[in-house]
Design a binder for this molecule. Structure first.
Ligand code: GAR
Length: 211
């Protein structure tokens, strides 16, 4: 499975996905790292690892749809058949979402369906919730919506602030996302009518991941 990773910034999740795909046992390989931000740090890292990188600035396009068409063409030109958003901070048009239906994952730094959107850690703290975490889900047209593949949670301590909570959750993201990608690559997860089904081996691998 040739995977394209979409980033906008630092790319720490991208690094973890790259590392997991470098393993001999991986059924996925990274064919492209794409960014809407030409200055994204993750581009330099991917390039240094010999991964093809492309950046196209969304600001050069008048309409979201036109930018998305260009991204779609770039992915197809590079024979990508599955995509992972890893800190990609752009909303996709409906056509783009439909083109990659059930072949497109996102990681979001909250326990969805709570705290969609931005500033998730501050909002979790303000709401007084006692657990927070991250979610890997399939992408649908609604922002941060779509069938949930897996989640990881951590408890919120009274001393936590948005920064400390963010770094605890990022560590969880780094473990959870590669597992989810590999499960898709190994076809251990299937999706039908937005219902996610897990083969026994997938359940085992996800249960091994306890926090
Ligand atoms: C991650 O926390 C990711 O979950 C979040 O951006 C960060 C990117 O970090 N994504 C979103 O908020 C998308 N809605 P990274 O660039 O170091 O992977």
């Amino acid at each position: 499975m040739r995977v394209g990773i979409l980033i906008s910034g630092f790319g720490s999740n991208m690094i973890k996905l790259l590392e997991s795909c470098e393993k001999k046992s991986s059924s996925a390989s990274i064919g492209l790292v794409f960014s809407n931000n030409p200055r994204a740090d993750g581009l330099k890292y991917a390039h240094s690892k010999g991964i093809k990188t492309v950046s196209i600035d969304h600001k050069d396009f008048k309409e979201r749809k036109l930018f998305d068409e260009k991204v779609n063409k770039t992915l197809l030109d590079n024979n990508i058949d599955f995509i992972c958003n890893a800190g990609f901070m752009r909303i996709h048009s409906e056509d783009f979402v439909n083109n990659w239906f059930n072949r497109h994952l996102n990681i979001h730094p909250s326990l969805l369906p709570s705290f969609k959107g931005l500033d998730t850690h501050k909002r979790a703290l303000d709401a007084g919730v006692k657990f927070a975490g991250c979610t890997v889900h399939l992408v649908r047209a609604g922002v941060d919506e779509g069938p949930i593949i897996s989640q990881a949670a951590t408890s919120i301590r009274s001393i936590d602030n948005a920064e400390s909570l963010g770094s605890k959750i990022l560590k969880l993201e780094h473990k959870l996302y590669p597992i989810c990608l590999q499960l898709f690559a190994e076809k251990l997860i299937t999706v039908s009518n937005d219902k996610v089904s897990y083969k026994a081996e997938a359940i085992k691998k996800l249960e091994e991941f306890k926090v």
